[in-house]
Design a protein around this ligand. Structure first.
Ligand code: ACM
Length: 262
């Protein structure tokens, strides 16, 4: 199957412009699964719920359904970050939808830095969706979730072959650790990061691009530059992740000792 990640600089507060760009890639990028960055519809650096609210969508909003319907019409699956409104709460979410699947929404479990002033910690938990037409089981985590090995491990234990990670990464260390998340779980991992910077109340956050698709052995299959738009594509075979043996004796899942881990 063909896996893509899109790297760009979302315009904070300009949902119309961002949605236009997302639709452009959904219709034109030749891939079965496309992963977009975290908060791709609205930009990142909000300091309060009131600031973010005008740019948030309910999961049933026409703008979100429009992205999913366009993906389905093009024969693709998308994972796309958006600010989700649910009653008086906001979540840092990703919609997973498109060809052959019921639309689901993952809500970011581990909130980063000033996100805690804006969003409610996610309550969706980590889940895996089946893409039968691709023989692929897809799990999603968002950005700072990478810091917690439990995020990717939970997805892998639930059967994920591929983890999508919509991101707005502001550090460099993730580039050292993210391949480990692929190796330790023997899964493919697609990091769709963003570029550019955002300033709010005299504080600037710089996003560092370098989106990557990692193979299940941690090797990069595709890499982006730090500061340019990028479409990364990799051909992957999800079925190759399922045998967790690496020699005649050892199996990285069967060898786990969960009774010792607390
Ligand atoms: C992050 O979680 N956006 C760093």
């Amino acid at each position: 199957m063909r896996l893509a990640t899109i790297q760009f600089c979302p315009a904070r507060g300009d949902t119309a412009a961002n949605l236009n760009r997302l639709h452009h890639w959904i219709s034109s990028v030749d891939a079965d699964v496309i992963v977009f960055p975290e908060l791709a519809t609205c930009g990142y650096f909000f300091r309060s719920p009131a600031e973010a609210l005008p740019y948030a969508f309910e999961r049933t909003a026409p703008e979100i359904a429009g992205l999913v319907d366009a993906a389905a019409a093009a024969g693709r699956v998308i994972v796309c970050g958006f600010a989700e409104r649910d009653g008086d709460r906001l979540y840092n979410s990703a919609v997973i939808g498109g060809k052959g699947l019921a639309t689901t929404v993952y809500r970011k479990s581990h909130l980063f830095y000033r996100e805690v002033d804006v969003f409610t910690p996610g309550d969706s938990g980590f889940f895996v969706v089946d893409l039968p037409h691709l023989d692929c089981r897809l799990g999603t985590m968002i950005c700072y979730d990478w810091r917690f090995p439990e995020s990717s491990r939970s997805l892998a234990l639930k059967g994920a072959d591929l983890i999508a990670c919509p991101s707005n990464l502001v550090t460099e260390i993730w580039r050292t650790v993210m391949p480990t998340r692929a190796i330790e779980n023997k899964v493919y991992l697609a990091v769709a990061n963003r570029t550019g910077s955002e300033t709010n109340a005299n504080e600037t956050l710089q996003f560092n691009g370098c989106s990557a698709i990692y193979g299940y052995n941690g090797k990069p299959l595709a890499n982006a530059e730090a500061d340019a738009d990028a479409v990364l594509i990799a051909e992957i075979d999800p079925s190759l992740t399922r045998n967790k043996r690496f020699n005649d004796v050892n199996d990285i899942f069967a060898d786990r000792r969960p009774e010792l881990y607390r």
